[in-house]
Design a protein around this ligand. Structure first.
Ligand SMILES: [Zn+2]
Ligand SMILES: [Zn+2]
Length: 356
């Protein structure tokens, strides 16, 4: 691996800078989970709405601005944090310009992904918030999940069910990622995520929406389980499941942002048995053939360990670079690559598999 120049800190500076960085991530997780909270005092989303309503006709604009603020907060915080940790050329901003292919492509992909996936998702979540506070819909959602729980709806039971739902959801992510690596049709699409030759926070968003469109419907019961349990917990006034859900959002965001950043985050030994250290995702993107199809999980290490795809931190030193050699995804301009190339690859694959 090209040696990253790291800046040195004393212990106290280290502690302070990490606590300062964790804060925006926590705030983001609280904000996102509060989209489910309805009328609760903890609902940051509600506070944002009532604060912005005092801005009169500028209220929608102010509300949008504040929501964007929460949305981008962890990304900005980590971009700045990187600059305090490594030299500029080794930070995400410095590396974007060096990634092979179209110059600064990751910036285009980041915003195309935001406009195409994240913002519609954010809007639907905000709409869901209204839906969740609407008693009729909330009751209807509860009527789906409650019979499945066989009367076990105490706070303790729901917390356990939620942990199981989160585990199941993570297994689903592992399974989808496994399919993406082992099935040529899905690899054609997932290759895009592996195409950057430099790991940057923004290249995390090199993601193909078609994968979810094809595979998520198959896993729908798993995907909706955790939100249904959170909704039921809220209607019963339980707070512990919401805390568990918030912690989970926090861990997911840490994993995906740090996993693609220049900051090597390795969890203490005891924690790494439960959560995958984000730096292990670097191995997943490595060009070393011994690292291919390894560390497919992003949150829990269990599935990689069970199915023999786990490589621990000791393999980080064997990373010689990132990306996929001669990938088509680095050959054209970002617009063609993002919107048309996946379809071209799908049709080519179908044509090649059909009997002549
Ligand atoms: Zn992958
Ligand atoms: Zn990745």
């Amino acid at each position: 691996m090209t040696q990253i120049n790291r800046k040195r800190f004393n212990k106290n500076q280290n502690k302070i800078s990490w606590s300062l960085l964790i804060l925006p991530f926590l705030l983001w997780a609280f904000y996102k989970s509060s989209l489910y909270l309805g009328d609760s005092k903890l609902n940051i989303n509600e506070s944002v709405s009532s604060l912005s309503s005092s801005f009169g006709i500028f209220s929608p604009l102010f509300s949008f601005f504040l929501k964007c603020f929460f949305f981008f907060l962890p990304v900005f915080a980590l971009l700045i944090f990187e600059l305090t940790r490594v030299d500029f050329k080794d930070s995400s901003i410095g590396r974007i310009s060096r990634s092979k292919g179209f110059k600064y492509a990751d910036i285009y992909y980041y915003f195309m992904h935001l406009l195409g996936v994240q913002f519609p998702l954010l809007i639907s979540l905000v709409t869901l918030n209204i839906a969740f506070t609407y008693q009729g819909l909330s009751n209807w959602l509860n009527s789906i999940i409650e019979p499945l729980l066989g009367g076990n709806t105490s706070q303790f039971s729901l917390s356990i069910f939620l942990i199981l739902a989160i585990l199941l959801q993570d297994f689903k992510s592992y399974a989808v990622h496994y399919i993406c690596h082992k099935n040529p049709f899905f690899w054609d699409l997932h290759e895009f995520h592996h195409s950057p030759t430099e790991m940057t926070i923004l290249s995390q968003q090199r993601d193909n929406n078609l994968i979810g469109a094809f595979l998520n419907p198959l896993f729908l019961p798993i995907v909706v389980l955790a939100p249904l349990l959170v909704n039921l917990s809220l209607s019963k006034g339980y707070i512990i499941p919401v805390v568990i859900y918030t912690v989970d959002l926090f861990i997911v965001l840490m994993g995906s942002l740090f996993g693609h950043s220049s900051v090597k985050l390795i969890f203490p030994k005891f924690l790494s048995y439960i959560y995958m250290s984000p730096a292990l995702h670097w191995i997943h993107h490595s060009i070393n053939p011994e690292h291919y199809d390894k560390n497919l999980g992003m949150k829990f290490p269990f599935w990689d360990k069970i199915f023999g795809t786990y490589l621990d931190e000791s393999h980080l030193k064997d990373i010689k670079g990132y990306g996929v050699e001669n990938t088509e995804y680095n050959r054209y301009n970002p617009f063609y690559t993002y919107y048309l190339l996946p379809w071209k690859k799908i049709f080519r694959r179908i044509r090649n598999t059909l009997p002549a």
